[in-house]
Design a protein around this ligand. Structure first.
Ligand code: AMP
Ligand code: ZN
Length: 111
């Protein structure tokens, strides 16, 4: 997708070390970490909102949610983590390519 920073990272046009990659998703470090450990799990399919879900997209999102717990230990998240998916303007979404924030490495404050 044109001008999508995450599509550019996935395509290798913007360098960003991948902590994990397969044919459906990548995991990178968030450039502005909001916790001691802050990763982004980014599906390789471009779409912005859960409301744009179709069967193929749902399959990829399901895959990410299956993969994240399998990767937790190697990402240093074995003691638990928080998942956030920001949606739209009020949700604070700044990159309009669906992504799953993984926060951990410390006891996170409540909200
Ligand atoms: P959101 O606000 O939910 O759309 O999250 C977008 C996230 O992407 C923010 O936490 C940014 O810090 C992060 N981000 C933006 N550009 C990059 C980049 N080039 N590499 C890693 N993370 C990025
Ligand atoms: Zn994209």
């Amino acid at each position: 997708m044109e001008n999508c920073i995450f599509c550019k990272i996935i395509a290798g046009e913007i360098p960003s070390p991948r902590l994990y990659e397969d044919d459906k998703m990548i995991v990178i470090r968030d450039i502005e970490p909001k916790a001691k450990l802050h990763y982004l799990c980014i599906p390789k399919t471009h779409f912005a909102l859960l409301s744009e879900m179709d069967e193929a997209r749902a399959e990829v999102v399901k895959y990410c949610f299956e993969k994240i717990p399998q990767l937790a230990s190697e990402l240093g998240l074995q003691d638990g983590y928080r998942i956030i998916i920001n949606q739209g303007e009020n949700g604070g979404q700044t990159v309009h390519h669906l992504h799953i924030h993984l926060l951990g490495g410390e006891v996170l404050g409540g909200f």
